[in-house]
Design a protein around this ligand. Structure first.
Ligand code: HAM
Length: 421
């Protein structure tokens, strides 16, 4: 490798991260606008938490036995000797913020949303990155299964606006602290019988938290796990009633779904409802979004006993299949000739921009032909001609680049034309 190419390699984006460049970023912006407006229709408000938190927050919240915590966290010690972690998910941060600011005492609906980067050290592949982005929503203080159905419906509404079709909605209940221990024992027993067929990681999970065997991506473990008992047979009355109520509400909302008793999800905190929306168009990483109920997290953090439910959607995955057409930009290109006209172009651009017209002046002395060539290349919607004669008369030429039609007039008249189109 020569010096030049090794320097280039060192300066490349880190594996598993990527730049979102102009041309692609417009789709991100459209998604963000649609997500924001959709969530606000359901009474959600934005809550922005820091990108890094005390490591303990995720160990306690996301769960000490989850793959995310045991294998995937970006954890570092800062100069003050504190162990910090780049958030691998958002849910524990929201719960911390509620407790810290006592948002539960404000009386407003506790419905929050957020969009931003998350960090997980997993093997990068299509649809799986080390810095990826989530749209996250959380609701607190609503025990009723109707709210679980409402957020699933909200996810469908958003995916519809994003032009994502061909999805499947999977739902399950993972029980609660009353009924899960019996299920865990049954799983432990089933796993012990087939321990030799499991990977080393799952052999360990078989003892620590057998539920996590369902997260394993090794084919042999998946086959073994398929023979394990179903959580549906172990739910207590309360969890059964809650699950039935969820399915009834989904029917009311006409959301097609499939009950998947293996859907335990990879994070430790879930209670009762879990769900995922998957797409066959995505390959191995097929989950567009996932979520569920976590009624114990706030209490476990030492806060009030307030239940929670929510989901997070992976922006990269959704955008890879979304049929989104971002609004077309309409740029006014100012073509000036000479020094005086350059100054006038500066001022004219300020005038038009103050009325919301996007303007571009490139401060390179070009001839008129070169200006038009450049405006064409940039796909400018209009060109404003600012030459010596125009300066004297105060009338400028405005050319519509799509039709080739030119109108001459004072800037106020041209502004009216620009704003009409
Ligand atoms: P999660 O299932 O870990 O849940 O992630 C949610 C979504 O984030 C996934 O369905 C996927 O679309 C996307 N995602 C996850 N990891 C990656 C990755 N490495 N690269 C690209 N996309 C990824 C949670 O994070 C929970 N906090 C969801 C939740 C909110 N549960 C309750 N409230």
């Amino acid at each position: 490798m020569n010096e030049d190419s090794s320097a280039k390699k060192e300066l490349a984006a880190v594996k598993g991260t990527k730049d979102i460049l102009p041309g692609e970023v417009e789709k991100w912006q459209s998604l963000e606008v649609l997500a924001r407006t959709t969530f606000e229709l359901y009474g959600f408000r934005e809550l922005r938490a820091p990108v890094f938190e005390a490591t303990e927050l995720f160990e306690k919240g996301t769960g000490a036995t989850s793959d995310v915590v045991t294998k995937e966290m970006y954890t570092f010690t800062d100069k003050g000797g504190r162990s910090l972690t780049l958030r691998p998910e958002y849910t524990p941060s929201v719960v911390r913020a509620i407790i810290e600011h006592r948002l539960d005492l404000e009386g407003s609906p506790m419905r929050y949303y957020y969009m931003g980067p998350m960090f997980r050290y997993d093997k990068p592949q299509k649809g799986r990155y080390r810095q990826f982005h989530q749209v996250d929503i959380e609701v607190f203080g609503e025990k009723d299964a109707a709210v679980d159905a409402e957020i699933i419906e909200m996810a469908h509404a958003l995916l519809g606006k994003l032009g994502v079709a061909g999805t499947e909605t999977l739902v399950n209940s993972v029980g609660c602290r009353a009924c899960r221990p019996a299920y865990s024992s049954a799983l432990r027993e089933a796993a012990a019988k087939r321990k030799s067929e499991l990977c080393a990681d799952c052999q360990r999970k078989a003892e620590t938290n057998p539920l996590r065997i369902f997260d394993c991506k090794v084919e042999a473990c998946r086959e073994v796990a398929a023979s394990f008992p179903s959580i549906q047979d172990f739910l207590c009355q309360e969890c059964q009633d809650h699950f039935r109520a969820l399915l009834a509400c989904l029917d009311v909302l006409k959301i097609p779904f499939r009950v998947d008793p293996r859907l335990v999800r990879g994070l430790d905190y879930y209670t009762k409802t879990t769900f995922e929306i998957v797409s066959s168009g995505l390959g191995a990483q097929n989950a567009l979004l996932g979520g569920g109920r976590y009624d114990d997290m706030m209490k476990d953090f030492g806060g009030p006993d307030i239940c929670g439910t929510g989901f997070a959607m992976g922006i990269e995955r959704v955008l890879s299949i979304a049929e989104l057409v971002p609004p077309q930009k309409k740029t006014l290109y100012l073509a000036y000739l000479g020094d005086e006209a350059k100054k006038a172009a500066l001022e004219l651009a300020r005038f038009f921009r103050s009325y919301g017209v996007e303007c571009l002046v490139e401060y390179k002395d070009r001839g008129m032909k070169a200006h038009f060539g450049r405006a064409n290349k940039l796909q400018a919607a209009w060109v404003l001609i600012v030459g010596e004669n125009e300066l004297k008369s105060g009338h400028f030429g405005l050319k519509d680049m799509a039709t080739g039609r030119q109108v001459d007039g004072p800037r106020e008249e041209l502004l009216a034309l620009l704003r009409e189109s």
